[in-house]
Design a protein around this ligand. Structure first.
Ligand code: PLP
Length: 385
């Protein structure tokens, strides 16, 4: 059975607790929690009359804007390579459905990859990755696991990487990405590079698309860096030269399930992906905010005796709370205790296929609590990037 996605399950549980009047600090959900830019609201208001279905792949204006968005990030892109959808999660599912083979997944990994692979009837081949490696496996270990998986009857076909990584909040080095792409090429894998947190990285993100252009699909969107999760704007950049059948296959899934990105959102996507100055400032300010909060919370974890990698990207901390193991048998038990006794919602490492002593904390918005939150956000926005 496919159960409710762990991130959404904790979100809904916390909503229910709040509805009962319980104060809960929600650190379990991957959401920046920042206000919508007034300029974005205006674009949306101006597009409210667009009630016709849009093109399945995305409007020409949105596809061109996203192609240029990738180009400004070092990946020259033709609009014909771009697809938009209601959330990159939908595109990730379409990709796993259409691409052949089983799914090779670094562990820990974002909660939905394994569930989507199961929905698509694929096996998951897990490869353990140390918390500091940015979610990218050691190339030697990857090659070994691929051979072992084949010997056990699996057919590895897809490798999913997350750059920057969720849940660890770290970024893989260019050298590691290059080496892993060499293994992927040797073993005929297609890489899905989930770069949804790219603009929230503290260091350059080296895309696998630079190493393996003919076999890498990059996914991204506006949910995290521009804090527009509820707008559901996701996109994918397909390989160049094209992988035979991939564009048609993803479009086929899209046409049977979501038809198109909602038409008003096509207008928002075209505006935001153009990186106009208000959006650039907003993203730079949110990066500073996440960094300030994550650094402060990281210091608290270390002072409290936890092992925790310093944050390098995205808005997650992933401490190892091994020192509390004598009090809690599993991370899930500790997460439950934090929610019930202290009103703090987090996700246990087990949800990411990992060591249960770890917990993932979303650290993004704590700075925005309290009466002077609005002034602090305004001050951050006016700082130099
Ligand atoms: N990929 C990762 C690693 C995520 O953390 C998320 C959101 O939680 C997504 C993809 C999905 O984002 P969206 O569907 O909002 O584009």
């Amino acid at each position: 059975m496919i159960r409710h996605s762990a991130t959404l399950a904790v979100d809904e549980r916390i909503r229910a607790l709040k509805a009962q009047g319980r104060p809960v600090l929600h650190l379990g959900f991957g959401e920046a929690g920042l206000p919508v830019l007034p300029e974005v609201e205006q674009v949306l208001a101006g597009a409210a009359g667009r009630n016709g279905y849009g093109p399945v792949a995305g409007s020409p204006a949105a596809r061109s804007a996203v192609a240029e968005w990738f180009g400004r990030r070092g990946l020259p892109t033709d609009p014909a390579q771009v697809l938009l959808a209601p959330g990159s999660k939908a595109l990730l599912f379409a990709l796993v459905t259409v691409l052949p083979g089983d799914v090779v997944l670094p562990r820990p990994a974002w909660v939905s990859y394994a569930a989507q692979a199961a929905l698509a009837g694929r096996r998951v081949i897990g490869v353990d990755v140390p918390a500091e490696a940015g979610g990218v496996p050691d190339p030697g270990l990857l090659a070994e696991e691929l051979r072992a998986a084949r010997a056990a009857g699996a057919e590895p076909g897809i490798l999913i990487l997350t750059l920057p990584d969720n849940p660890t909040g770290t970024v893989a080095s260019a050298d590691l990405v290059a080496k892993v792409c060499a293994v992927a090429r040797e073993h005929g894998l297609v890489v899905i590079s989930d770069e949804i947190y790219r603009d929230l990285a503290d260091e350059p993100v080296h895309s696998p698309a630079l190493e393996l252009p003919e076999r890498t699909v990059v996914t991204g969107g506006l949910s995290k860096s521009v804090a527009l999760g509820g707008y559901r704007i996701g996109f994918a950049r397909l390989p160049d030269p094209p992988l035979p059948g991939l564009y048609e296959g993803v479009l086929g899934v899209a046409s049977e399930i979501w038809s198109s990105l909602p038409s008003p959102m096509q207008a928002v996507a075209a505006y935001v992906a153009g990186d106009p100055p208000p959006v650039r400032e907003h993203v730079a300010a949110s990066r500073r905010l996440h960094r300030a909060v994550a650094t402060a919370v990281h210091a608290e974890f270390v002072a409290a005796g936890a092992t925790c990698r310093p944050p390098r990207g995205a808005f997650y901390l992933y401490p190892d709370l091994e020192h509390l193991r004598d009090r809690f048998a599993t991370g899930a038990e500790l997460a439950e205790h934090l929610l019930e006794q202290h009103g703090v919602g987090v996700l246990a490492g087990a949800e990411f296929g990992d060591d249960p002593a770890r917990l993932r904390f979303r650290v993004a918005t704590s700075l925005l609590y309290g009466e002077d939150a609005e002034q602090r956000w305004t001050a951050l926005r006016s700082e130099d990037p």
